[in-house]
Design a protein around this ligand. Structure first.
Ligand code: NOJ
Ligand code: MG
Length: 522
């Protein structure tokens, strides 16, 4: 604790998608030694924690989110020794390590599932969710898989269906079974003992399903062409009340190890999202900025609604991108990427940065023959590969990511858009991120201060942050035209570079996509 706030409240989280960050051995896939080699970069950037997407042994049907052993490292990424070295090296630089924890499902090749499917009498049968076909042989109910089609797969050998919220290669564990709970809570202990600082819990809302397996109701707003998963309202297959009991158990395990962070991946409306604070999630991931139109009025209403909904003591958080969603630079457009950085790093609450967003990486079109994502193979327009392409380190061959053939194609503009070039350029997006992070660290007003909305004026969004009498004003132009508004103060940081130190005494004029932070003079 530092004052009233713990490390993850003051801190900034950086998500690494290990396959795509840095490849040390030339096999075209990023690895732990690669991440270790880039820790100095992350320290230079100024982040407090790195969250690694799954590094466990996996057949890679869903690129690591299908785990066949929870207590080891996939040889593709390295060894447990490499992991220990990563923790040690990260900690030496003051960077915490957060692992992805995938409790909802295993790989179909996990020994537990191999046993479970071997016979109806197997002691592990009930570790997964098995149900009889309907009399006509069809699946037990209408639940849908997030990746398309039924969420049930028939097993000919034992004559029952098993449930899979994602791929059929990702059977769902049965968290109602105490042995499953014990085994999966043991996984948390295993990694806590190795020194990890927290977990991002995958697919948390899916963890417990309706005991009676009732049908999900149809979604009246569904339109043809939308993600087929959205055809039903997942009333009985998601966000069940019992999930909170499971979260409490995870919390209890973490609490045995001091100040450890529990993040929940929860795509939920604000009202149900914030309920997870109550059961012990420190940061129920707030993805709402990803889905909100990039307009001053829309962002204003979202922040207002979210701030108002937070229960007492709950710490907010904001996310602009991850490995499942289109990149922020592609969503908001290049002209607004700097502003998005300023918004993320000046709102109240822990920011999570997705690797590459700090240099403005955009979605990379993937030729049909190179699609890797199983979801993208079924629904090319929804594929996630475009946001998972290799990190662009420099202008050498393969952007300095690998000496081999990269597993996904590189962006065609990597010779211009890369870390090495942007580090040297004081005007770059990377240096803007770095300056914003540094300011957030040094100004209590930005890291832990109060937030008050000052409203909107046309395309301008503005708010104040305040801590112990120090007040900063943030003004952002989400439009593309010049706008002006009454304001007073000295500019301490701007999305451009040329305005720092400028005294504003009456009117502030901002170009399209421009944002400033002012030290308020009253
Ligand atoms: C959410 C993860 O972020 C995503 O990448 C994965 O495919 C699903 N959960 C299933 O684990
Ligand atoms: Mg490698």
């Amino acid at each position: 604790m530092n004052g009233r706030h713990c490390w993850w409240e003051r801190g900034i989280i950086y998500q690494v998608y290990p396959r795509s960050f840095a490849d040390s051995d030339g096999d075209g896939v990023g690895d732990l030694a690669g991440v270790i080699g880039k820790l100095d970069y992350l320290a230079w950037l100024g982040v407090d924690a790195v969250w690694l997407s799954p590094i466990y042994p996996s057949p890679m049907a869903d690129f690591g989110y299908d785990i066949s052993c929870y207590t080891d490292v996939d040889p593709l990424f390295g060894t447990l020794e490499d992991f220990d070295r990563l923790v040690e090296e990260a900690h030496r630089r003051g960077i915490r390590v957060i692992l992805d924890y995938v409790p909802n499902h295993t790989s179909d090749l996990h020994p537990w599932f191999v046993e479970s499917r071997s016979s109806r009498e197997n002691p592990k049968r009930d570790w997964y969710i098995w149900a009889d076909p309907k009399p006509d042989g069809s699946p037990p109910n209408n639940w849908l898989s997030s990746f398309g089609g039924s969420a049930w797969e028939f097993d000919g050998k034992t004559g029952q269906y098993y449930h899979h919220a994602y791929l059929k290669e990702q059977p769902d564990l049965n968290w109602r079974n105490p042995e499953v709970r014990e085994a999966m809570l043991g996984v948390l202990r295993f990694w806590l003992e190795r020194g990890v600082d927290g977990f991002r819990v995958d697919a948390l809302r899916r963890l417990v399903k309706d005991e009676r397996l009732r049908d999900d109701p149809p979604n009246p707003d569904y339109r043809e062409g939308q993600n087929p998963y959205d055809a039903l309202i997942p009333l009985y297959s998601s966000d069940r009340p019992e999930t909170h009991e499971m979260v409490r158990m995870m919390r209890e395990v973490l609490d045995g190890y001091g100040e450890r962070l529990l993040i929940g991946e929860l795509y939920l409306p604000i009202e149900s999202l914030i309920a997870y604070y109550g059961s012990g999630v420190d940061l129920p991931f707030n993805f709402h900025l990803i889905f909100t139109p990039w307009r001053a009025d829309a962002v204003y209403s979202l922040v207002k609604e979210y701030e108002a909904a937070l229960p007492p003591g709950a710490w907010p958080n904001w996310v602009l991108g991850n490995h499942d969603r289109p990149r922020v630079a592609s969503r908001v457009g290049e002209g607004q990427a700097r502003l998005a950085a300023m918004l993320l790093l000046t709102l109240r609450g822990t920011p999570t940065l997705y690797y590459g967003d700090e240099i403005g990486m955009h979605d990379v079109p993937i030729p049909p023959g190179r699609i890797q994502d199983p979801f993208g193979k079924s629904f090319p327009q929804l594929g996630r590969d475009p946001a998972r392409t290799p990190m662009q380190w420099d202008d050498s061959e393969n952007a300095g990511f690998t000496a081999g053939e990269p597993w996904l194609p590189l962006a065609e503009d990597y010779e211009e858009v890369n870390v090495a070039r942007q580090r040297k350029d004081p005007r770059s997006l990377l240096n803007l991120y770095r300056r914003l992070i540094a300011l957030r660290r040094s100004e209590g007003a930005l890291s832990t201060g109060d937030y008050s909305s000052l409203g909107i004026d046309g395309d301008l969004l503005y708010y104040a942050r305040e801590h112990e009498g120090r007040r900063l004003l943030v003004v952002l132009n989400l439009g593309s035209d010049v706008q002006s508004t009454p304001a007073r103060g000295r500019i301490v940081l701007s999305t451009g570079l040329d305005r720092e130190g400028e005294e504003v005494s009456g009117r502030l004029t901002l170009a399209g996509g421009e944002g400033v932070i002012l030290r308020s003079s009253g």
